[in-house]
Design a protein around this ligand. Structure first.
Ligand code: NAG
Length: 226
């Protein structure tokens, strides 16, 4: 009896000690900053809906991801009748589509007169230049960064420069340097990435460069007036 109890006590003590060793080892481990690429990939498997394969629903994806984070871009897509165009490029063509979606905050940082001054055709081209007529995974951007200007879905006049730097992907247009800050949905045939800036291509803004079109620094989140 005593022997068994002593053995149990020893086993318990050993268990407690090994737990405390693990805890201490954990406590001493320096806090490593998560690599940027890992942060980018955190939503790679979103959305977990059966729709995602083959028939991704752009409207549903842009509506559901986050609290209205992509509402402005989706609104412009609907206004310019591009939802179906993008959807068809994804589902009815082999290459599929890649869409760079600026967050609402990015649109809020553009002076209202810059976008409201565009004709509906220009607005359509602006939206289409946020898209590439091929499905690209995040890892593909490193290769894309080596081939120079990339033609967008808006055509040859509307190119972007993709650069890949230590896991951060930049998408540059003439007047805006945007970064991919998240993957919204990457499953073929429709890849959707979140941008922190609205692209402002030279083809649209060459006559009147939108100097100070983008407000400097972080834009405070608009607060609802009480
Ligand atoms: C896509 O999603 C939207 C919003 O959830 C819905 O209204 C629409 O019917 C869907 N379209 C298709 C083709 O499933």
């Amino acid at each position: 009896m005593r022997c068994a109890a002593a053995a149990a006590a020893v086993a318990l003590l050993a268990a407690v000690m090994s737990v405390s060793v693990v805890l201490h080892a954990g406590a001493r481990r320096p806090l490593a900053k998560p690599p940027r690429a890992a942060a980018l990939q955190k939503t790679d498997t979103w959305p977990p809906t059966p729709q995602a394969k083959g028939g991704a629903n752009l409207t549903a994806i842009l509506t559901l991801d986050g609290p209205l984070a992509f509402r402005t871009f989706l609104g412009y897509l609907q206004q310019t009748n591009l939802v179906e165009v993008f959807q068809n490029q994804a589902c009815l063509t082999d290459p599929g589509i890649t869409i760079f979606v600026p967050v609402d905050k990015a649109f809020a940082a553009v002076k209202p007169s810059v976008l409201s001054g565009l004709s509906s055709l220009q607005l359509k081209n602006l939206m289409m230049c946020h898209s590439l007529a091929k499905h690209y995974e995040l890892a593909d951007f490193e290769g894309l960064s080596r081939i120079g200007p990339v033609t967008t879905f808006a055509g040859g006049l509307y190119t972007v420069d993709v650069t890949y730097d230590a896991g951060t992907v930049h998408v540059r247009s003439r007047w805006a340097d945007a970064k991919i800050v998240g993957s919204v949905s990457v499953e073929a045939p429709m890849a959707i990435y979140e941008l922190d800036r609205v692209l402002l291509p030279a083809a649209l803004f060459h006559i009147q460069p939108p100097v100070a079109a983008i407000t400097d620094g972080d834009v405070p989140v608009p607060r609802r007036r009480r």
